[in-house]
Design a protein around this ligand. Structure first.
Ligand SMILES: NC(=O)C1=CN([C@@H]2O[C@H](COP(=O)(O)OP(=O)(O)OC[C@H]3O[C@@H](n4cnc5c(N)ncnc54)[C@H](OP(=O)(O)O)[C@@H]3O)[C@@H](O)[C@H]2O)C=CC1
Ligand SMILES: O=C(O)CCC(=O)C(=O)O
Length: 480
């Protein structure tokens, strides 16, 4: 057992909220309370937004070097402390220690990347259509942003939303996900330690009511949200109704096509990584394995064999390969979809049974379901757990049609040795990100991230695209 943390809101540079009715349990061992949490409401949101508004003029007018230095220092601190913070992340969220440390390092790299971007923000200088007139465009900070973040990447996602917001001179209020506020607090604390002025970054811990209060707040200029499609649609409606900026990253039902000409071992490794690692709790996870007839049976057999050897266990056990689900609700969702698939005629090749380990936790057996068709619920709705299904196809065209045939379009992958099919897939897959001979999950931090259809809404996140959401463009005309 490890000590229970006492969490706080961060408002105007101070830790507030001595009353802590909330408890966050360790998904690997539910006897352990990881953190006691205050539960904020509209009063805390009002105070946090007021602090962010008051801090905006000085922060937005500070030299970009000041902003860059803070992000760079915070990034270094995160990298130095990746083991301690990664351990906390794994205790709180349930991903394996290697995944927790890796995600913490990724957050550190994100901060360092945006430290550079703070200095590179640029406009354009154009000839006017009128003689003797010059036209310039500038990017300027927008104001106060509300960031509503999910539990599945409890440090990387707050980092990739907060870092560009801060780099370009905005101020921020974060609402971390209910299950993972301790990891988010570690990020907020490190940014303050790195020299962030008070009020520039605030955090209110609480449930959906805190997110809703940010969406509705008249002094919040923009909202960036990652989470479920249902909640995201409400966030967009609320923000658009009062003409605030809004950006949504939501679900996926990501396809991985395996063609007959694929290298079998490679295809199996790619499916294993994309569908099951991080307990399948990634919006980019491959949940539909669309496999051509000639390789289908060999692929299923080889993947099932590998799945049988995967060690499911407590996140901090170094031999664990798949940690628990984040919550009882997520665990139950996985098992519910296994039942749904079974009822639809799917065949459970491996997994699907409840797991009982030595430590009481929310464990899910990695599950592979075969003999499914594209129109089944298991192939249309997001499960968000270590559950994938195969769909047998005859041709590449049929595979592509099925891959494109859902309401989502985040990431899409193909395993093939055919350059012709790979290039065609890159062009015709209706997804924001395409992967050739790579897992659908696991992306770089310095390039745009986002999807099509119901997966995303608004400007892209991350990389150079982040400036489109976190700045607005002013056009200036000057006559000589
Ligand atoms: N795209 C992605 O990366 C993610 C997708 N999901 C999908 O969503 C499903 C459910 O996960 P869940 O955590 O419930 O996702 P939610 O969409 O409920 O939560 C995402 C964030 O929104 C907050 N929130 C909840 N209600 C509101 C509201 N009315 N207004 C504003 N903010 C709100 C949540 O707070 P709180 O946690 O306190 O409720 C959390 O911070 C998963 O099974 C998965 O399918 C989930 C996480 C990430
Ligand atoms: O696949 C990744 O690296 C990122 C996934 C992600 O952003 C998510 O699941 O929310």
């Amino acid at each position: 057992m490890t000590d229970t943390l006492e969490l706080s809101h961060w408002i105007d540079g101070e830790k507030v909220g001595a009353d802590r009715p909330g408890e966050g349990l360790n998904p690997s061992d539910t006897r352990e309370v990881v953190a006691r949490q205050p539960q904020g409401g509209s009063a805390e949101v009002d105070a946090a937004v007021a602090a962010a508004r008051a801090a905006f003029p000085a922060w937005s007018e500070a030299s970009p070097e000041v902003r860059s230095d803070v992000l760079d220092r915070a990034g270094m601190l995160l990298l130095e402390r990746r083991e301690a913070i990664g351990t906390l992340l794994s205790r709180e969220e349930g991903k394996t220690l290697a995944e927790g440390i890796g995600e913490t390092a990724r957050a550190g790299r994100i901060l360092k990347y945006f430290a550079g971007e703070a200095l590179r923000l640029h406009g354009q200088n154009l000839a006017s259509v009128r003689p003797g007139v010059e036209v310039q465009t500038y990017r300027q900070a927008v104001g106060v942003f509300g960031l509503i973040t999910p539990w599945n990447f409890p440090i990387a996602i707050p980092a990739w939303k907060a870092a560009p917001a801060l780099a370009f001179g905005n101020t921020v209020v974060i609402k971390p996900a209910g299950p993972t506020p301790a990891t988010a607090e570690a990020l907020v604390a490190i940014l303050h330690e790195a020299g962030l002025p008070k009020g520039v970054l605030n955090m209110v811990i609480g449930r959906g009511n805190v997110g809703q209060a940010l969406v509705d707040h008249p002094d919040v200029d923009g909202v960036s949200f990652t989470g479920s499609q249902g909640v995201g649609a409400g966030v967009a409606a609320g923000a658009v109704a009062r003409q605030a900026r809004v950006q949504l990253e939501m679900g996926g039902k990501n396809p991985l096509i395996v063609l007959d000409d694929a290298d079998l071992d490679r295809a199996v490794q790619i499916a294993l990584d994309g569908s099951y690692f991080a307990t399948g709790q990634r919006c980019t996870a491959s949940s539909r394995l669309i496999v051509q007839d000639g390789i289908h049976d060999r692929f299923v057999e080889a993947l099932a064999e590998r799945l049988g050897t995967l060690k499911v266990g407590p996140a901090l056990d170094p031999t664990t390969q798949v940690g628990p689900a984040v919550s009882e609700a997520q665990m139950e969702t996985s098992y519910r979809y296994v039942d749904i698939a079974r009822g639809e005629g799917g065949r459970i090749v491996t997994g699907g049974e409840r797991l009982s380990l030595e430590t009481p936790g929310w464990y899910v057996q990695p599950t592979l379901i075969c003999d499914t068709s594209a129109d089944m619920r298991i192939n249309a709705e997001e499960v968000f757990g270590p559950v994938a299904s195969t769909i047998r196809v005859r041709t590449y065209e049929e595979a592509l049609q099925i891959a494109n045939g859902t309401e989502f379009g985040l990431s899409a992958g193909i395993v093939t040795s055919s350059l012709k099919h790979a290039r065609d897939f890159q062009r015709r897959a209706r997804a924001g990100m395409t992967m050739v001979n790579l897992p659908t999950a696991g992306v770089d931090y310095h390039v745009p991230f986002g999807g099509t259809k119901k997966s995303s809404y608004g400007a892209r996140e991350q990389g150079f695209a982040a400036a489109d959401f976190f700045t607005w463009t002013k056009t200036s005309y000057t006559a000589s």
